[in-house]
Design a protein around this ligand. Structure first.
Ligand SMILES: NC(=O)c1ccc[n+]([C@@H]2O[C@H](COP(=O)([O-])OP(=O)(O)OC[C@H]3O[C@@H](n4cnc5c(N)ncnc54)[C@H](OP(=O)(O)O)[C@@H]3O)[C@@H](O)[C@H]2O)c1
Length: 327
């Protein structure tokens, strides 16, 4: 089976690439000239195709003759409005257009979206695929627009949409800040800090993505993927910080201070022209009271299940960060 993986050199994508190689797939990755390919090093079987989601003419070569596309690439943090939409929305549309042109034998287009497309949970009710979408961030809106375009204009393509919650695990750079606080034993949290989250370990997500891509029932479907259990911020932080054995403290940060940090992120981005992990765009996500979801549909229809407990995932992730000198 010939597969194209976009974002195959990133955190989630690189684990998926390893899994596909184990399954005997021929894997092509869309990479940019500027991409860091460290996680693909040593995987000689991977074919690299240079291109960019924001350069439509570079995409047909990547899609040429593939039978399955795992569209994982996306911009998650720190981008401005234009960039979120040009990569996450327009980039997905242009990839779909290229697919229609040059991949006549396509069996599946798997789009990794996000629960940010649904938005935070309302009054602590667990959200699922039937929950009306009310994204609160530009990131969530850009993912939702891509989903809508896929469903409305490319329904003749056998697609599957995956919406992961927070993903953690070895190689991740986005949630690393959380582990840095865990190491110090101090978590600054927006006041009031009674917040609830769903989360998933990268290996469980990769299993779920692969299962969905191989199951005919998943054609034309959308799946939330996360642990069935959700946690208060305090419980999640205690479990993930357990390897440090330092009994973390929680420091409430007033909302105005969070806003200031967001503005500082905006200024830093404007000055350096580099994307920052946190800016004003992220405020509504950080201050929402609950991001809790159920993967029941994926469990019922795909046999999706969680194999990595939060405790085991934390132990493994911290060990990896320490070994690679991130912590
Ligand atoms: N991590 C999470 O908690 C989480 C949760 C829900 C959904 N997701 C979704 O999962 C996907 C993967 O996220 P991740 O955590 O693995 O992030 P990541 O490590 O930052 O990977 C993102 C990948 O997208 C690529 N990319 C960005 N802009 C691109 C462009 N214009 N053209 C081609 N490739 C581009 C990046 O390549 P470069 O190295 O060249 O920039 C990178 O390989 C994203 O779509 C994200 O929205 C992630």
């Amino acid at each position: 089976m010939k597969a194209l993986v976009t974002g195959g050199h990133g955190f989630i994508g690189s684990f998926l690439v390893e899994r596909l190689l184990k399954e005997g797939f021929h894997v092509r990755c869309l990479v940019r000239k500027s991409s860091n390919l460290q996680w693909l090093k040593g995987l000689q079987q991977v074919e690299l195709c240079y291109g960019d989601l924001t350069t439509p003419k570079s995409l047909p070569a990547a899609c040429q003759g593939v039978e399955i596309i795992y569209h994982i690439a996306g911009t998650l943090t720190g981008a401005n409005l234009d960039r979120y939409f040009s990569v996450n929305t327009q980039g997905t549309i242009d990839l779909l257009k290229a697919t229609v042109q040059v991949a006549p034998n396509l069996k599946r287009f798997v789009f990794v979206s996000s629960v940010a497309a649904i938005g935070p949970s309302n009054h602590f009710q667990v959200s699922d695929e039937t929950t009306p979408c009310q994204p609160v961030s530009i990131y969530g809106k850009s993912k939702l627009e891509a989903e809508k375009d896929l469903i409305q204009n490319f329904s003749h393509i056998p697609y599957t949409i995956i919406r992961p919650t927070i993903v953690y695990g070895p190689r991740d750079q986005h949630f690393l800040t959380f582990f840095k606080f865990a190491k110090r034993g101090i978590f600054p949290v927006p006041h009031p800090y009674e917040r609830y989250y769903s989360i998933i370990h990268v290996s469980d997500l990769v299993d779920g993505i692969f299962q969905a891509s191989q199951n005919e029932r998943a054609v034309g479907q959308t799946y939330v993927m996360c642990n069935p259990e959700y946690y208060s911020f305090e419980t999640m932080a205690q479990k993930l910080a357990a390897p440090f054995q330092n009994n973390p403290k929680f420091i409430p940060v007033p909302k105005f201070a969070i806003k200031l940090i967001g503005v500082a992120g905006d200024l830093h981005q404007w000055w350096t022209k580099k994307e920052t992990m946190f800016n004003s765009q992220k405020l509504p996500e950080v201050t929402a009271a609950a991001w809790v979801y159920t993967p029941q549909k994926a469990m019922d229809e795909l046999g999706f299940k969680i194999q990595t407990s939060l405790e085991e995932g934390a132990r493994q992730t911290v060990a990896w960060y320490q070994k690679h000198k991130y912590l």
